[in-house]
Design a protein around this ligand. Structure first.
Ligand SMILES: C[S@@+](CC[C@H](N)C(=O)[O-])C[C@H]1O[C@@H](n2cnc3c(N)ncnc32)[C@H](O)[C@@H]1O
Length: 283
């Protein structure tokens, strides 16, 4: 009897474990199917200045309208991922009917498990907590300069490059209010760490060590010039473009540069002159 009880308990535990495993594998529900009004779709794509060179990925693509419009009106290519099979079928049929099936496709797939590295523009209209669950994935997988558009919900702690707010009657049925927001973010290059920089002789004849910290698009830190640590002020990244200011010897210097392939190159302007500067990761 005791053995029977134990084997019953083992069977119950195994079933519970299998259920938990199956649950783990279930995709997270990132939001119900609620299509963006067509005017918002156009405004999103215009805000990101989408063009024929772009590859647009819509996470949770619904009836496919964002990627279809990007192809039909703006000449872009791309794909949409959607968890609901019937919506994916509808979207692929629409792509055929509208003559853009050679440039766009729709896939039944969990958006959290989708490779998004090909995007030059990424769009989403998802629940606020989902948008934030995606933040690390966006920063890790998207290339610097990729534009991200989020309908209605911001990415916490990430300053948008632009945002627009408008009132739309169509939204009352969706969210109960007319307020509509579109956020545009640009994926920043990575600059956190130590850099050895070559600056114009007026600033330093010796290599200068920069110690940089990065909070998404904000950059702070210091530069060791001679025996002094000079604070990096107003440090900002917009995609690959880095800008900041140094106050050295009572003078202000504006730095602008491009961060590419692990190197920084640009111009520094101040004290009546403009000259080039560069930096490489410090050894
Ligand atoms: C608010 S709708 C947005 C539709 C479309 N992007 C638009 O703006 O018109 C969100 C969509 O995400 C889909 N979705 C929810 N969770 C998902 C997941 N884990 N993977 C892929 N799609 C998902 C839903 O089925 C729904 O169609």
């Amino acid at each position: 009897m005791k053995a029977l009880k134990l084997s019953f308990l083992a069977a119950v535990l195994a079933a519970a474990a299998a259920l938990a495993h199956a649950k783990d594998k279930d995709p997270v529900d990132a939001g119900p199917y609620v299509p963006s009004p067509q005017s918002v779709v156009s405004d999103m794509l215009k805000l990101a200045e989408v063009g024929p060179g772009d590859f647009v990925i819509d996470l949770g693509s619904g009836d496919g309208r964002i990627v279809l419009t990007a192809a039909k009106v703006f000449g872009a290519r791309g794909f949409g991922v959607e968890i609901k099979d019937d919506l994916v079928r509808l979207s692929n049929e629409a792509a055929k009917k509208e003559g853009v099936a050679d440039r766009v496709k729709f896939i039944t797939q969990d958006l959290f498990k989708t490779d998004i590295s090909r995007a030059t523009v990424l769009t989403m209209y998802l629940l606020p907590n989902t948008v934030n669950m995606l933040k690390d994935k966006l920063l890790a997988e998207l290339r610097p300069g990729t534009r991200i558009l989020s309908h209605d919900y911001p990415l916490a702690g990430w300053l948008p490059e632009k945002y627009v707010q408008m009132d739309l009657e169509d939204k009352v049925a969706i969210s109960g209010v007319t307020t509509t927001l579109i956020y545009l973010y640009v994926v920043p290059a990575k600059v956190a760490g130590s850099w050895s920089a070559s600056l114009p002789p007026g600033l330093s004849r010796e290599p200068v060590r920069f110690s940089l910290r990065q909070q998404i698009t904000r950059v702070s830190g210091s530069a060791r010039i001679g025996s002094k640590d000079v604070i990096v002020e107003d440090g900002r990244l917009r995609g690959e473009r880095l800008s900041f200011r140094l106050l050295a010897g009572g003078r202000s210097y504006e730095f602008n540069a491009t961060v590419k392939a692990g190197a920084i190159e640009g111009m520094v302007e101040g004290a009546g002159t403009k000259a080039s500067w560069s930096a490489a990761p410090a050894k």
